[in-house]
Design a binder for this molecule. Sequence first.
Ligand code: IPE
Ligand code: IPE
Ligand code: MG
Length: 269
Amino acid sequence: MSPFGEPRTKTLPGTLSLPSGLDSRRMPAHIAVIMDGNGRWAQQRSLPRMMGHQRGVEALKRLVRLCGAWRIPALTAYAFSTENWRRPEEEVSFLMALFERVLEREIRELQEARVRIRFLGDLDALPLQLQAQIAEATRSTADNDGIHFNVCTNYGARSELVRAARRLAVEVQSGHLQPDQIDETRFAGMLHTAGDPDPDLLIRTSGEFRISNFLLWQLAYAELHITDVLWPDFDQADLEEALLDFQGRKRRFGAVEATLNLEAESNDP
Ligand code: IPE
Ligand code: IPE
Ligand code: MG
């Protein structure tokens, strides 16, 4: 591999049609991804961590394109956590400037691909220029009928859950809601992800076996795929591998085989 991370040769230049080993009827409706390992990717090449973040953007672009081509309706990517402010100020400002540059550069392509982009998290704490770009990108793609692409920016699941509880409390206090009207559907409707189905598949790169405060509510029944590949290297073959892994899982949602079959029969027309 070149020290500057030229694309690996393990995949041939991509055909975007669905690989024959995958079943188009059993694709996830929503993939969530923890894009981890940018720093280690750079360190392995004696490059500054920032180069890893830069290359990470290319991996994300690849993934959005592939999800569009393989008819995966929703993708949620973890770009910056509420805990990532704890990094050196130089790295944080680099990331904020990178988000601004990428949004400016990519918005046209996102439009052409009919992508609907949204940013999930506490956006008020972001630099004003970035907030303005986010508002414009969200507004201008809101009616697009392509993939729903969520970018978690200053996102933390605990903060999201506290915010939901607070919003419900305000409704109760104002008399618009009774406490016993709060159920799972209403609660989920108060989360940043309201409107999207829960992710079926969570991918985490760089071999870390943890959730790192990501989508704690929404991942309740997601299948987890953890790969040692570092995020900037994540490519078509890696997505294919994650999907094959996903399609090989037996999802039971707490039931057993017999009751699952009965449920499926009763849902048949
Ligand atoms: C993920 O890569 C990107 C962000 C969290 C912004 P890291 O920067 O965490 O890379 P490692 O984990 O240090 O290798
Ligand atoms: C999770 O990665 C956050 C993002 C990918 C944005 P981290 O690198 O911040 O997570 P930890 O610190 O290893 O748990
Ligand atoms: Mg990390």
